[in-house]
Design a protein around this ligand. Structure first.
Ligand code: FUL
Length: 506
């Protein structure tokens, strides 16, 4: 369609030029028919479509459930009898996802095999699976099947965590484990739905374990052992939208499990393990588009359910959101089901409150009713413009841009009456690469005097999304706010002309 439009506009220019020629005897010079839309050139690396859709989920859940739920361990050794897995009620992934949805999450990832090797579906690759579990609830369980079904019903995205390290398998450490167990398990999971958004491959790989009774330590070469290029191609053939996280090389671990990303956070990074991995911050000149995902726990005792656990305070979770989603990362928040196979009340309540806070604090985008101007705005193309009004039109596909050589600019938002403001959110048009390196924000109580906002905040990168608390504090960002008649955002430095698709003010 786009090509057709380009062709039509090129044709009309030719006809126009022929007419002009006939009328004046001159041929029009310097028509840049190669780029009729005056499109800014991309700055590489750029994301592919799946990575953009993945990032647009922003906030989704992790569900650690399995053998450890019943042993109280975080890492099972792999020698646990299958009968220990005995849910006291039928596990209910639909309930898990409803709880996540109430918090404003758009999807979830279920652990279906942890390091202990116990599979939560009836796999053909090992007998160490739910069909041999301790009661009827366990035997009838099939988490990938039920999780995928529930997600589709709730209009949420879903994916699976499958641990490459398998402390139960006698084959672990040999090539047969990869070809006959691990890759087959991934294929079985891919078959639960072609619409999966992420497969999660943990970085803990190798060490001591049961290994079919060998009770020894086994190590592998993480770079080569799992045949990643083959895995990536095979999964993509079946699940074209699926991002392979971690060693899959399509999204990166943010580098801590505490729910924060660097204020400076590039989606550019180099693939592979240390030393070039720079999880929390990315690498400005990295070769790959490898955006950060931050995994964090909602409870205080571990990834799995533990007796006596409690959920973190809701304001702490809000802070996590600002420090991840608000810093160009996604937030994968872990919610552990308990022995009933359901999310306990205290966690569900906390998530409901979090959902309420997020709605209240980010519902009314004041930018939508602001007048907006900018310096250095790029000239329009044949079908596209780059006007500042694209910044507050609620459309992620239109964007504001400057001229190629112009890497700084000032954007001003003005209201008829002063507004109470607390946050500014910026979103780059990342389809053409991440660009902004430095910016600053000011506010004006009266429309003529300007005061600096966001004291102490490192206003460096933006990326997919950056949310700036104007009082400078992610821990206590929701104070009284500031009364502002206008807000000014200055882009001080950018790798190439900045492209921003949305500015929001709350
Ligand atoms: C880690 C694992 O070892 C933990 O048990 C947990 O699954 C966490 C999300 O990733 O590396």
């Amino acid at each position: 369609m786009k090509r057709l439009t380009h062709l039509l506009s090129a044709l009309s220019l030719i006809i126009l030029s022929l007419n002009t020629h006939a009328q004046t005897g001159f041929t029009l010079q310097n028509q840049n028919l190669d780029n009729p839309d005056n499109e800014p050139a991309p700055v590489h690396p750029v994301p592919y479509e799946q990575q953009i859709q993945w990032q647009e989920l922003e906030f989704y859940a992790f569900f650690h459930y399995g053998m450890n739920t019943y042993t109280g361990k975080e890492w099972g050794f792999g020698d646990e009898a299958e009968t220990i897995f005995a849910p006291t009620e039928a596990p209910d992934p639909a309930q898990w996802l409803k709880v996540a949805k109430a918090a404003g999450m758009r999807g979830g990832i279920a652990v279906v095999k942890h390091h202990d090797g116990f599979c939560l579906w009836s796999t053909a690759t090992t007998t160490h699976n739910v069909t041999r579990s301790g009661n009827i609830h366990g035997q009838n369980t099939n988490i990938p099947r039920d999780f995928a079904r529930a997600a589709r019903k709730l209009d949420m995205k879903y994916g699976f965590y499958i641990s490459p390290w398998d402390r139960n398998s006698p084959l672990y450490g040999t090539p047969e484990y990869v070809s006959q167990v691990f890759l087959r398990q991934c294929a079985e999971l891919a078959a639960y739905g072609t619409d999966q958004f992420e497969m999660w491959f943990d970085g803990a790989n190798g060490g001591d374990g049961y290994y079919g009774g060998a009770n020894e330590t086994r190590s592998i070469d993480r770079e080569t052992y799992y045949d990643i290029p083959n895995l990536r191609d095979s999964v993509h053939k079946v699940c074209p939208q699926c991002i392979l996280w971690g060693m899959g090389g399509e999204a990166r671990w943010i580098g801590n499990e505490a729910g924060w990303a660097g204020e400076t956070n590039w989606s550019n990074e180099n693939r592979g393990f240390a030393p070039e991995r720079n999880g929390m911050y990315g690498t400005e000149d990295g070769w790959f588009w490898l955006p950060g995902e931050s995994d964090a726990k909602i409870t205080n005792k571990g990834w799995f359910y533990h007796e006596g656990e409690s959920a973190l305070p809701v304001e702490r979770l809000f802070q996590m959101y600002l420090e991840t989603v608000g810093r160009n990362a996604t937030l994968l928040l872990n919610i552990p089901p308990d022995k009933t196979g359901k999310i306990p009340e205290y966690t569900a309540d906390t998530l409901k409150q979090l959902g309420k806070l997020l709605k209240e604090r980010f519902r009314h985008d004041l930018a939508l009713k602001a007048g907006i101007t900018a310096t250095g705005t790029r000239a329009s193309g044949a079908n596209r413009d780059y006007l500042p009004s694209n910044l507050n039109d609620g459309d992620k596909d239109t964007y504001w841009a400057t001229y190629d050589e112009q890497t700084s600019a000032v954007i001003t938002l003005v209201w008829d009456k002063p507004q109470t403001v607390r946050y500014v959110a910026l979103m780059e048009y990342i389809r053409k690469g991440q660009r902004i390196r430095k910016f600053h924000i000011e506010y004006s109580p009266d429309g003529s005097t300007w005061l600096p906002a966001a004291p102490g905040v490192e206003c460096t990168t933006v990326g997919y999304k950056r949310i700036i608390p104007l009082n400078g504090s992610t821990a206590q960002s929701y104070g009284e706010g500031y009364s502002a008649k206008a807000i000014r955002i200055t882009i001080d430095d950018s790798k190439a002309c900045p492209l921003i698709h949305t500015i929001s003010v709350y």
